[in-house]
Design a protein around this ligand. Sequence first.
Ligand code: HEM
Length: 501
Amino acid sequence: MKSTAETSVVPEQRTDTGVGPSRPGPRPRRSHGALPRGLGHVPESPMYEGRFGRMFRRLPALVLSEAEIAELAQRMVERNPGDAGLDNPDIPAGYTYLGQFIDHDLTHDPTPLQLRRNDPDALTNFRSPFFDLDSVYGRGPGDQPYLYDDDNPGRFLVQRRDGLLDLQRNAQETAIVADPRNDENIFVSHLQLTLQLFHNTVMDRLPQLRESGSGPDEDDFTAAQRIVRWHYQWVVVHDFLRRIVGEQTFQDALRSTSPTGRGGPVERPDLRFYHWRNNPFMPVEFSAGAYRFGHSLVRGRYKLNTTVPPLPIFTPEPISESDPLSHFGGFRALPPNWQIEWRRFFPLDGNGSGPQLSRAIDPFLVPPLTELPEEAAPGVGALARRNLTRGVSLGLPSGQAVARAMGVEPLADSQLESPRRGAAPLWYYVLREAEVLGGGRHLGPVGGRIVAEVFLGLLAADPASYLSRDPGWRPTLEGSGDGEFTMSDLIRFTGFGLAEA
Ligand code: HEM
């Protein structure tokens, strides 16, 4: 018999309100750490389908004591965050925050707080998690006109102040954006802005883009939105996913079949473990396990541009009380000279010194993530402990159980160094597997397969995605050649963040 979240020794800790005690200064905003509606309630029934669900419904939950969790979390702190030998040469630092941005796109829940309280289990008003940039578009110009520019219809309103481009903000510096989580740190807020500018640039160039054969019967906004979404989806799959899961897993999960009368090959996902009956759901093995691998990519310090000295991602003090120039936490107007130089985050230069790198994918998180500031993550403190606790409270199976269910030989105890023999927490397992089998450069067979299947499954389930509508589609905007289009191409297309700041 399966154990349930209730039988876990670790109580569920919901953080879904984003509301804290009142105090002067900026108020806590809904953070990346806020749980999407329904994640606290994932029924065990194998028949259940809702917003969240399970890929491996029949596997037993791994139950750990609080002491075991605390001991493991303690060991998961990176002891030498300055050691460049633990950088990841295959994943430039910008992809860390692209990963965070993608997470927000998938788990965006636009329901007002009041409704969320009234409907905590998410069994009604189910909304599919798609790569549709709803975290940028919101509900569109008709329903959320304040996101858009009245003087330039169909374009996003962005803020230009003292030569800086920033998200538009109200008098208290709160970003006026569809998803407030995308203001949590300076890098993700620059990504939000870049995607807005990408849409605006596509709108500006729509007459030529339409001529090149893209959707003549759509109105301008819808046509631009589709071009933006499909190019973004291409970046998510062919640039981001390919990097993080490694070439072998990528090729196994996304089959390229021979042309059937059309010019090029057609893409078909090969899903072996992620299945749904009516609507796709967000598997907890992904959201509470494998996809949290991204926490290991985070560096302790970053160089934003030529002018600003290297700074930590966060300092432990509350953002509202700390010196705003001492860290890259968000929820505030961009300080003077803080415009990002994207070449420091993505491979934009052929001949420059190259972007900063993410950290290796391994079971170690940099010290700033061991004491998160309250506004960024209310009540979280140490992220490793929170992730392990969340995994137990959601009844995740062990990494070894998932490996066996996939037909993969599990890592040995001697490789894992887990508190329990033969049973490591899934998130921890995925990280150790990436270190041991992927050289810290990409996910291993278990973590990579979960992430690849969920990404490709959600894309295939979206009736408006390029994969559903036109699986032989190739990017039409100018890219790095040969039908490719990467995050660097997207940035170049906008022209934003290319100058020295
Ligand atoms: C500075 C960067 C980041 C911080 C401070 C951060 C912090 C957090 C916190 C506090 C939570 C909630 C934990 C809980 O209550 O269970 C969380 C959840 C999560 N994080 Fe991160 N995170 C960061 C970057 C990333 C990245 C780069 C990825 C992936 C590439 C990622 C993926 C996730 C996922 C999948 C969840 C589960 C909940 C959700 O879907 O939103 N995070 N993160």
